[in-house]
Structure formats: C-alpha cells, structure tokens
Design a binder for this molecule. Structure first.
Ligand code: HEM
Length: 138
C-alpha cells in the first residue's frame, strides 16, 4: 500500500482568519477606516499625528501586520514592542481607547465572526504590549 506523503515544509500555513472569511481586501478596508477614526480622535489622534510622517506607509505596514496575524502571511517584519516603547508615555487609557475604536470599527465593517476574531486578537496583543511596556519601564 502506498503511504500518502505529506510534506510539512511545503504545507501552506493557514491563519485563524481564513475560516472566519477574512481576506486582504477586508483587512485593507478595516485598517483604512480604523486609522481615519484614530486620527480624528481627540485623545489618541495627537499621539499618531506626532509620530507618523508617512500615512501611506503606516497603513501598508498595519495591513501587513493584520495579514500576518489573521492570515499567517508572514508579511509583517517588525518589532511592535520597541516601536511603542519609543513613543513613551503610553498608558492603559490609551490602549483602552485604541481598543474601543478598533472594536467599534471591526464590528461595523466586518461580518460578526471575522470581527469577533480580530477584536479578540487585538485585545490579546494589546495586553501583551502593555505588559512588555510595563516591564521595560521598571
Ligand atoms: C492592540 C493595540 C495595538 C496594536 C495591535 C498596535 C499595532 C501597531 C503596529 C503593528 C505598529 C507598526 C510598528 C512598526 O513600525 O513595525 C504600530 C505603530 C504605531 N502605534 Fe500601535 N498598536 C496598538 C496600540 C497603540 C496605542 C494604544 C497607541 C497610542 C495611542 C499606538 C500608537 C502607535 C503609533 C503612533 C505608531 C507609529 C509609530 C511610528 O511609526 O513611529 N498603538 N502599532
């Protein structure tokens, strides 16, 4: 009997977003709408306006980030912890507002299961970023 071969090295990596129907077009749409709202926000908007020089580049990088998180595309190569540490002075209230805007936007522009997944991931990542920042400050 022939034993079917399964080559792990060439097996495609499937991200958690695939089953929830996430695709690259949806990611781009979410990222664009979310950062429009972030920029307009009186509390966290100014942090971004002070730090981001090139918004096209920022949006492309964040689309790569979410594509890596949700679709396992591996496109994002960066160090979010170091980037946020460099911003200085980010607190729990910044993260809470960020997550509130992200959750509202995802729930509005994405179907339920995809939005739930993205929100859960954002919450997890936000928590680990905050933990990392707290340690870096010790
Ligand atoms: C779950 C929460 C968050 C996630 C997942 C997240 C994710 C990211 C990622 C992936 C980048 C790109 C980093 C790179 O250049 O490689 C970034 C950049 C940035 N984030 Fe966040 N972030 C979060 C929360 C926040 C909060 C709360 C703030 C401030 C209120 C913030 C402000 C910024 C700014 C200003 C940049 C651009 C920095 C620069 O280009 O110099 N982020 N974020």
């Amino acid at each position: 009997m022939e034993i079917p071969k399964f080559d792990v090295a060439v097996a495609p990596r499937v991200g958690p977003g695939v089953a929830a129907g996430v695709d690259e077009t949806m990611i781009r749409g979410l990222v664009e709408t979310f950062y429009e709202r972030v920029r307009a926000d009186p509390f966290i908007g100014p942090v971004f306006e002070a730090a981001v020089a090139d918004w096209d580049e920022h949006l492309a990088r964040l689309a790569d980030f979410w594509s890596s998180v949700l679709l396992a595309s591996g496109r994002y190569k960066g160090q979010p912890m170091a980037v946020h540490a460099r911003l200085g002075g980010l607190g729990a209230d910044h993260f809470a507002r960020w997550l509130e805007l992200f959750s509202d936007t995802a729930a509005e522009v994405w179907p339920g299961p995809a939005a739930d997944l993205a929100i859960a991931k954002a919450r997890q990542i936000g928590e680990s970023l905050q933990l990392g920042l707290a340690f870096a400050r010790r």
